[in-house]
Design a protein around this ligand. Structure first.
Ligand code: NAG
Ligand code: NAG
Ligand code: NAG
Ligand code: ZN
Length: 775
């Protein structure tokens, strides 16, 4: 039943899990010799056509709480199952008594390592709220035109929200305004000073939502059915959060009246913008809702915070916003304090179970680098665009509210727990989650990312959400000396509220093999996943760049690659020409070459905001999307052949070709010189040149397919060879033809990249030389 036909196109399969190594070395020492860490990428709620959903609660092992799964040994006569994690025998309960070899419950189907339990009666949970809350936070320190774009995006959003979705609205400039949407006649506004940091209790108090003693009011019961089950209808939160159907009109007219911030801006100054205070007030307002209620703050930010908590730069325009150089030299006076503020805000959101999304649009930076921690820990979305009128913002923003096939599958209140076989330890997770600080036997001593726990909170998660789990094997001694159990097991349990309001528990149980790597590398080589290894290396390098002072990513990547090739390559010592790499490793060096050149390592080419943005997406996206961020894909269209992938190399440029580059954040259509000339002469409009019209159209159609499926929407660049926009393509290509070897390398019609970067060929030659050297 396992669908082998998926193997190529769907490497994640129903599990949603991929690993750097399919076969695991048994000891810590052997694991460290593998160079690439033992890690798994998991898409906790990946959709899959074959996924079974059952309307009951799972059976759990009475000793270790692992859930019944296809790898349990089952005695159908005695009605007993043996847990593969702790080897405990468990009796099936009465209602399983009719099971047999031929009448198995879905959770035992072989080849279905993932199953989803629909939690029954979840509607009766005390705090359950089936309707998502959207609390919009709008910056008004913007140009008239930008504000108009932002406002019309908000209006469109309200128009498409389900009637029962709850809507709230906060606007801010120098001060924060919390709007009551309940009264269209005399709209009431609560104003907060932007310069002051308020606690959640102070916010609630000022909004009239606080109970004496500073605790949010709990439900009193007997209030009758209310869209806000779980909050006290009398507590007044309904004044601020209204069903979309009821407030669409008042919200629209409120937006119509809302102008740009009126606070005077002195010449030579930036606007006083209190983004931090506004987000803090928004989080406080949501604090009146129950923990885990599906709620997201959707902030539209048009510039840097200059006022109050979270400020990233002074109001004086002659002080530039911090650059990577400033951060490196520790001369960014606002940075640490601002990050601390957002760490705190992130903790508050996580404890409330709410999500922060940031849509930023500005020519200068707005402070994504500082906000990153709050967005990532709450599982929020972030989109960076140059204008609220640009398609990158407009198309992305629309997607949040879309349902049906195009839905992002935005889900809430997620918890991920991991159970492992005895000798496996968890170091931590890189990705949009935060630790629930749950200790257990499988917590490793060393920490990577969110570690020191076996459970994580994912306030916001969606179909694409992908986490990287780093594992360690427990000791250098074989704790299973006879090697009796050749299989290892890991169980991932994700509970969450899906977009339809249903509480679900996805259980994915995976098994892999222990191998004795002291006798040879074959098993390891067989089970290497180079695409996952490349993505995990990129994520780890980015993480180390953030947390390790003075970390040299290029050297670290080079050293690891050389060690990997020394261990797994075939060669005669000190003879570079004898070097070959197994097929299973063959594209990994090229991934590393592109990673070294990528925005993740060459951060000085970008602003800290851009770097933070790229990293948030690298860490949360699927493996195949992350792989494209590291190593863009390039497709060539020409008359003589079908569209085909070509080398990411400057020699792939041809005068009679069109290239389609997908580097995730942008999609580039690049016309060769001749193609551009024919197009300028309008050949595509002449009936006898229909084939040319098709050739011209094909890359546009393919680009639209990419753009439609992607969040955030990528920037589309259409350019011609030698045009100014051509740099979007050239920057990503291997400089095989540079001016130092232009004569040998130049193919007719190709381009030259003026750079002193080493080319892939030179890189690989060096690699072979170093890999075959004895250590
Ligand atoms: C959130 O999830 C937890 C379990 O992970 C559950 O106990 C709680 O009831 C959920 N809260 C809401 C409001 O759905
Ligand atoms: C599985 O997880 C539960 C809950 O986190 C924990 O109590 C138990 O010890 C774990 N069992 C194993 C074998 O890791
Ligand atoms: C892990 O948790 C323990 C106890 O809660 C703490 O003492 C220790 O410092 C933590 N380790 C790391 C690396 O965070
Ligand atoms: Zn057990």
């Amino acid at each position: 039943m396992a669908a082998p036909e998926y193997a190529q196109s769907d490497p994640e399969g129903i599990e949603g899990v991929r690993m750097t190594w399919l076969n695991w070395p048994r000891s810590k020492v052997e694991a460290s010799k593998c160079v690439i860490p033992i890690a798994a990428t998991i898409q906790p709620i990946r959709p899959h056509v074959d996924l079974q959903a059952v309307p009951y609660l799972p059976l759990r092992c009475k000793t270790c709480t692992a859930v019944l799964n296809p790898f349990c040994r089952v005695d159908f006569t005695a009605l007993i199952w043996i847990c593969p994690f702790c080897f405990q025998r468990n009796h099936f309960p009465q209602h399983y008594s009719s099971i047999s070899q031929t009448n198995m419950p879905a959770e035992l189907y072989p080849n279905f390592p993932s199953i989803e339990y629909l939690i029954p009666n979840y509607q009766n949970l005390p705090n359950f709220n089936p309707f998502p809350i959207y609390l919009f936070v709008l910056d008004t320190c913007m140009l008239e035109e930008e504000l108009a774009f932002a406002k019309s995006a908000l209006k469109r959003a309200i128009g498409v929200l389900p009637d029962n979705a709850l809507v709230g609205f906060v606007s801010y400039g120098t001060q924060v305004q919390v709007h009551e949407l309940g009264f269209s006649e005399m709209s009431k506004v609560y104003v907060f000073r932007g310069s002051k940091e308020l606690t959640k209790d102070q916010v609630l108090e000022q909004l009239g939502l606080g109970a004496p003693g500073g605790r949010p009011i709990r439900p009193t019961g007997g209030g009758g059915p209310s869209p806000m089950a779980g909050t006290n209808p009398n507590a007044g939160i309904n004044r601020f959060l209204l069903p979309a159907s009821e407030c669409e009109y008042s919200f629209d007219s409120l937006l119509d009246e809302l102008g740009t911030d009126q606070w005077p801006v002195a010449p030579g100054n930036r606007a006083l913008r209190c983004t931090g205070a506004a987000l803090s007030v928004a989080a406080g307002l949501l604090g009146a809702c129950s923990t885990g209620t599906s709620a997201r703050i959707i902030a539209l930010v048009g510039g840097p915070c200059t006022e109050g908590p979270g400020a990233i730069v002074s109001k004086d325009l002659s002080d530039p916003v911090r650059s990577h150089k400033d951060l490196d030299k520790d001369s960014a006076p606002f940075f640490k304090k601002s990050v601390q503020f957002y760490e705190h805000l992130g903790k508050q959101l996580v404890s409330q179970g709410h999500v922060l999304d940031v849509f930023a649009s500005a020519l200068d930076q707005v402070g994504i680098a500082e906000m990153k921690v709050a967005v990532e820990s709450s599982g929020g979305l972030v989109v960076l665009a140059e204008s609220f009128g640009h398609s990158v913002f407009k198309d992305s923003f629309k997607r949040i509210f879309e349902d049906g096939e195009q839905s992002l599958g935005l889900s809430f209140n997620g918890t991920l727990e991991i159970n492992c076989s005895k000798d496996i330890k968890i170091q931590g997770i890189i990705g949009p989650c935060s630790s629930l600080e749950k200790k257990g036997p499988s917590v490793a001593n060393t920490v990577i990312g969110e570690g020191n726990t076996t459970a994580w909170k994912l306030c916001g998660l969606d179909k694409n959400t992908c986490l990287t789990v780093f594992f360690d094997v427990s000791s250098s001694e074989k704790s299973d000396p006879a090697g009796t159990n050749p299989q290892l097991f890991i169980q991932f349990l994700t509970s969450y509220q899906s977009p339809d309001g249903q509480m679900r528990l996805r259980v994915t149980t995976v098994t892999r093999r222990w191998v004795d790597s002291t006798v040879g590398n074959e098993d390891l080589v067989q089970g290497f996943d180079q695409e996952v290894a490349a993505v995990v290396t990129a994520r780890l390098a980015s993480y180390k760049m953030e947390v390790e002072e003075g970390f040299d990513a290029t050297r670290w990547i080079d050293r690891n690659l050389i060690r990997l090739c020394s261990k797994f390559g075939d060669y005669r010592k000190d003879d570079p020409s004898s070097f070959t790499l197994n097929q299973g490793f063959s594209i990994f060096p090229q991934f590393m070459f592109n990673l070294r050149r990528s925005q993740f390592v060459q951060v000085f080419n970008n602003s800290p905001d851009e770097t933070a943005y790229f990293r948030i997406l690298l860490n949360r996206e699927t493996v195949s999307n992350a792989a494209v961020m590291i190593q863009p894909s390039l497709i060539s269209y020409s008359f003589n052949s079908l569209p085909a992938p070509v080398l990411l190399d400057v020699t792939s440029i041809g005068a009679d070709r069109i290239l389609l580059l997908d580097s995730y954040f942008s999609v580039v259509i690049f016309h060769g010189m001749t193609i551009a000339q024919w197009r300028n002469m309008g050949y595509q409009n002449q009936p006898e040149h229909e084939a040319f019209a098709h050739l011209l159209q094909a890359p546009h159609d393919d680009a639209q397919l990419i753009i439609r499926d992607r969040f955030p929407a990528p920037r589309l660049v259409v350019c011609d060879q030698h045009g100014s926009q051509a740099r979007f393509l050239l920057a990503k290509l291997n400089p095989s033809a540079t001016y130092s070897n232009a004569n040998e390398m130049m193919a007719p019609g190709s381009d030259i990249i003026f750079t002193d970067d080493v080319s892939l060929q030179v890189f690989l030659e060096h690699l072979q030389k170093l890999a075959v050297q004895g250590s």
